[in-house]
Design a protein. Sequence first.
Length: 103
Amino acid sequence: MMTITPDAAEQIKASARQQQIEDMPLRIAAKKAEDGSIEYAMGFADQLSAEDIKFTSEGVEIVLAPGSALLLKDTVMDYVEIEPGQHNFIFLNPNDPHHVKPE
């Protein structure tokens, strides 16, 4: 299963509050690109499927489609400052051939 960091959870909760959709879970999707890397998408889910995998990480409800769950196994999603004043979500995914382990 994947997890999210406290910083990522804080940003997700703030976004849900701002959009007044605090009751919606976050859907995270992953798919393999032609070069074998993994591409990610996320948004608040207003529709769920019976096959969806649902869990909570750091107080955030998360929904994954079964295919995405396989690609996201053991992934950590974080929210970091890329450059001064520029924050972004990142995926630390050991299943991605382009993943670099932090030292």
